[in-house]
Design a binder for this molecule. Sequence first.
Ligand code: XLS
Ligand code: NI
Ligand code: NI
Length: 489
Amino acid sequence: MRKFQPYIYHKSMKMKAGKLLLLLLCLKAFSYAVIATPQTCPAKDGTACGDSDDWKGEFFPGIPKIKYEGLSSKNPLAFKWYNAEEEILGKKMKDWFRFSVAFWHTFRGTGSDPFGAPTKYWPWEDGTNSLAMAKRRMRANFEFIDKLGVDWWCFHDRDIAPDGNTLEEANANLDEVVALAKELQGKKKVLWGTAQLFMHPRYMHGAATSSELGVYAYAAAQVKKAMEVTHYLGGENYVFWGGREGYQSLLNTDMERELNHLARFFEAAVAYKKKIGFKGTLLIEPKPQEPTKHQYDWDAATTSNFLRKYGLIGEFKLNIECNHATLSGHSCHHELETARINGLLGNIDANTGDPQVGWDTDQFLVDIQEATMIMLSVIKNGGIAPGGFNFDAKLRRESTDVEDLFIAHIFGMDTMARGLRNAAKLIENGSLAELVRKRYQSFDTELGALVEAGKADFEMLEKKAKEWGELKVASAKQELAEMILQSVL
Ligand code: XLS
Ligand code: NI
Ligand code: NI
């Protein structure tokens, strides 16, 4: 069923080689944005698609509602660890996670990369970016999340509806698709919505940090609309990921001015949120680089500092993405803890990178140890609501079966569920907490209390230091801590 039709036509054989190469490179760069290869829309299994968004029958025929079958199951289309209704530490598993499907990866990911054309040809795709196609995809989305047993979904404005020649046209397209989503949504909910402010060439210098006032204004209009539709769909959060809010060179950049603009943009978003009565949380998603060399929302600490400097700390929380954490040289656990201790842990974009590859590979997170540490932070945070776990993750380019979409999400959910079960075991067992408590016990004293209360001055401490003389400093017991962690995996 896989037809590959070359979509680059060279009309003139006389074209100079250099020009041709340039053209090829440009077209390649665009292949991510424009799904240029015609895709098939076969009429098989009683399904059919044409110019309308009517799709007869199921999008995922033969795939049942995914059930929990437990550890003895060998069925790839069943949960072995994730049992939605089961209570762990007093909360249902589904409420710990609030799993969400990312529309852009699951329904717009084509498998194209900077070197290659799309590899995925979902049966319902017809190769266009038409409104009819957008609506058909939306129907597929709701069947997918329903069969997967997930209650939430996330989207960018431009993933779910085609852009337009004007802002008015783009907004009208969005309204039409959003009206359908509202109708289809039923009990499913939007975890967060966002505006795509990085794909269009107008955003090449950034959106809120663009050197062009016109672009700043356009971005504001786009966010205004995206906030309105997120609110209309009952969204619980709204995300800002600064896709191109950063710089490529400091030589041509006024960083201070750009950061001031970014803060003004966020202030305006807060004001608009209040104006329309949107009660959801505003989230900023840190990422150190890619696509720009340096992005302003580098990591959780940088972003917290930005929010504090501009007096925005009470208005925003953070959406921590695990692959972004490792790109910034931290672990996901580090980023979650940094957000948590600043009172800013709002949502998790659950994915992972490849240790041998240095970019945002957006793989499904399937490392049990990492999942366990993530859940330790989430438990300490008392959960993540009104945020959740959004699978900002995509199939590998070479995974091309429709069922792979299910398998990847099931495996991701099972891994997080294992992490939760392990973290609960660690907490119930208590020896890790005891190790940490003992490590700091010298502060559980009269002088320690004075230090922690800010009442121990240098003279007082010098007197004690002289009195105590040279000290025997205790072991950190790192290997023992690691042994305890591994005992629950
Ligand atoms: C890209 C980001 C993006 C945001 C939403 O790296 O993860 O997908 O989550 O714009
Ligand atoms: Ni993300
Ligand atoms: Ni990302």
